[in-house]
Every structure is written in C-alpha cells, then in structure tokens.
Design a protein around this ligand. Structure first.
Ligand code: NAD
Length: 391
C-alpha cells in the first residue's frame, strides 16, 4: 500500500515502516558518531522502549555502550490492511539493526503495569541475561490498571488550585487562541499520581530485586519534565507535576528498600520536545514551537537522542552532579533565565497573525511527522510498501 499520514487532532493514526526505520537509523548513526566509555551498562531493561525518550535510551545503551537490551512497550501490530503503530516499526527496525551488530535484543509487547508483564520480564532476564545493571523507566500512558485491584485509573492534565487561562495553539485548526482549564479535583490529582507517579517504578524494582535479577550497584532512572513559569501552571505545578513529584518519593523508597544491593535511583529532568506524549498536552505545541525557534537560533536545540546520550554520561558517573532535589538535570539549555526570557517575550507577542513568523512551527510539525515515519527526505512516500513487519 501507499502510506500517507492520517492526522487526527494531535495524533497521527498511521505510521510508515520505512520512515520509522529511517528515524531509528538516524539516531543510531548519531550515537555511533560519539565516543563512549567502555565502562557502560551491560544489561539494560528499558520500560517504554519503542518511542521518544525510551527508544533513545535503548539506542544509546546498545549502540553507545554495547549493552544487551530488553525492552517493554505497548504497541499495535500491523495487518495486511492497516499499518502498525510507529513504536511497532521502530522496534522492528531496532531489532534488525541490533541483529546486524550482533547485539542481544528482546522486546516484550504488553502492559508494563501488569503483574504478568513483570513476571515475563523476570523470566526473560533469568533465561538470557542473568541480571540487569540499568533499568530505564520511560512509560508515558494516559491510564493504568492497578495490578492489585483491577481498577482503571486515568490521568488528567489540569491545573491545581485554580483555573488557568492561557494561549495555546490548535495544531488541527492552525489557530492560536485562549484556553481556560478548570482546576483539578483531589480525585483527579490522585488518579494522575496513580498513573504517572512512582508507584509502578517502585513495583518494578521490588519485583526485580525479589527475583534476584537486579545486579549489585544497579542504577535506575525515571524521566520528568520540570520546565519553568510558562509551563508550570499546566505541567510542573499541575496534576502531571504532582505525579512527577511522586517520583522523588519513589527514589527514596527504592534506594532504602534496595539498600543491600546499593541500587542508585534518580529522577532525570529532560527538555521539552515533540513526542507522542507531549503533543497531547495543551499549551505544549505552542511552547515547544517557540523554544525550537529560540534554541535553534542559540545553537542549543537537541532532540531525544542528543538528550539521552548526554544524560547517560551523567548517570553513569559514580557521583553525578545533582540538583537540590537530587535529580539529574539535562534541561538547563531550555530552562536557563536568558533563554526563558526570550521565549517569554515571544509568548507575549504571539498572535494568530504572527505565529508562523515568531515560532518554529514548521520545525515542530516536521518532528511530529518524523515520529510516525513521515516527512523524511530519502524515503519514497509514493512507493507501494508492505505494512507488515515482524520482530
Ligand atoms: P512516548 O509516548 O514517546 O513513549 C512512551 C512509551 O511508553 C512507548 O514506548 C509506549 O509503548 C510505552 N507505553 C505506554 N504505555 C505502556 C504500557 N501500559 N505498557 C508498556 N509500555 C507502555 O513518551 P515520551 O515523551 O518519550 O515520555 C517518556 C517519559 O519521558 C515520560 O515519563 C515523560 O513524562 C518524560 N518526559 C517527556 C518529555 C517530552 O517533552 N516529551 C520531557 C521530559 C520528560
């Protein structure tokens, strides 16, 4: 079939296998072009391994440090008539490249929040790896089924305390407009913490340690976005920010429970960029289009792979530099005062009429298409391709 993007609101409902493979290859090429220490992780578990920051973490582990990678994701397989999800094709492409490079790779597709998936992963580690020495927690999900009660929790994106009115950009209608967001209830906050907080990360480390598959001195990190004043009302100080604060609690819980193994847990703060998760957050497309403009002008623009390659250099140190809350920070080039001042100035000026001049929406949109394997030079989008791909 000929596969062209089908965009519905903030999501693209199909994906291009050759384009996704191109995306994965580009990231692998970037990593191979950097020099890496020989002292990297050997066996890495990546939870949320198929897109965004998790995929980049897997690529850096494998192609930067030569690690064996076991990944978990939740993706849809293609059929003769319908394409698979981008994460499906990314994983197929990663497997193919890892195979070619002689690097161990296995991916389990299913619900990482479930007890069954934890058991499957433990089995795979026992059979193939013995133990893991790095666990990356990069899940981004709108819902979670509690493994004990079976209750389904849904996360919400709402301000906390009071309603908030701000500018936003509707990518579907090409419209800059005001949006008013009603404050979250206490239940909304608790539900979001349940989905995107640290509970499941902690449960993973408990299960792995109990099964004896965590190596001594194992490291683990979960990802967060902290941001600054422009995004605090809808992210940092909002329901999702409350969930992310719970990761700091989980760090302490993990380190104290796994003290005999000397497990080191970190929350790593990464910069805002276009991923399937961030494009669903109100305000983010506008904010990201503006930071892309400013950071490209400053020469500090980075994508997932650059951020994660840099993060691993920090994470793998014996005593990495941390902020006052003990977090690893990779977001300084975005959140420093000088850069934020430029973004704020653009934010105040931006209207429907000048949006495309003031922002780098073209760059945002191109990266959005890239997430689904579209918009790459060098991929023939008129060609008849099979949507089928297997791992
Ligand atoms: P993403 O949507 O690109 O990736 C999410 C991954 O989680 C995918 O591999 C998906 O298959 C997997 N997944 C989702 N639900 C699952 C489930 N139930 N079981 C198994 N796998 C599941 O998201 P992303 O933007 O890369 O986000 C990853 C982490 O990075 C999140 O914690 C996010 O908050 C954080 N982060 C994102 C940004 C940003 O701007 N995108 C910035 C800083 C931090």
């Amino acid at each position: 079939m000929v596969i062209q993007p089908k965009i519905r609101g903030f999501i693209c409902t199909n994906a291009h296998p050759a384009g996704c493979a191109h995306n994965v290859s580009t990231q692998i090429d970037y990593v191979k072009a950097q020099s890496h220490s020989d002292e990297g992780p050997k066996n890495v578990l990546v939870l949320g391994c198929s897109t965004g920051y998790g995929l980049a973490s897997r690529i850096v582990s494998a192609f930067g440090y030569g690690a064996k990678t076991l990944g978990v994701c939740f993706e849809k397989a293609p059929t003769e008539k319908k394409t698979g999800t981008a994460g499906w094709y990314n994983t197929a492409a990663f497997h193919q490249q890892a195979e070619g490079a002689g690097l161990y790779h296995k991916t389990l597709n299913g619900d990482a929040f479930s007890k069954e998936m934890k058991a499957e992963v433990i089995e795979a580690i026992k059979q193939d790896l013995g133990q893991v020495d790095l666990v990356i927690y990069s899940l981004a999900s709108p819902r979670r089924t509690d493994p004990e009660t079976g209750e389904v929790y849904k996360s919400v994106l709402k301000p906390v305390g009071q309603s908030y009115t701000t500018k936003t950009y509707d990518t579907d209608k090409d419209l800059v407009h005001e949006v008013s967001l009603e404050p979250a209830s206490e239940e909304d906050i608790q539900n979001t913490v349940k989905v995107m907080g640290g509970e499941d990360w902690e449960l993973w480390l408990d299960a792995l340690a109990e099964a004896g598959v965590l190596a001594q001195n194992c490291k683990t990190t979960a990802y967060t976005y902290i941001g600054k004043e422009l995004t605090w009302p809808i992210y940092g100080h909002a329901t999702i920010g409350k969930a992310k604060e719970d990761l700091d609690r989980a760090v302490k819980a993990i380190e104290s429970k796994q003290a005999s193994l000397n497990v080191k847990a970190y929350v790593s703060s990464l910069k805002a960029l276009v991923t399937q998760a961030s494009s669903a957050i109100p305000v983010m497309p506008l904010y990201i289009s503006l930071i892309y403009k400013v950071m490209k002008q400053e020469g500090t623009h980075e994508g997932c792979i650059e951020q994660i390659d840099g993060l691993f250099r920090l994470l793998l140190q014996d005593a990495p530099e941390v902020d006052e809350a003990n977090r690893l920070r990779m977001d300084g080039k975005e959140t420093n005062d000088a850069t934020q001042a430029k973004i704020k100035e653009l934010w105040q000026q931006v209207t429907q009429d000048n949006f495309h001049q003031l922002s780098d929406y073209a760059g945002y949109h191109q990266e959005f298409l890239h997430l689904f394997g579209f918009g790459f030079d060098g991929v023939d989008y008129e060609a008849d391709v099979s949507p089928l791909a297997d791992w």
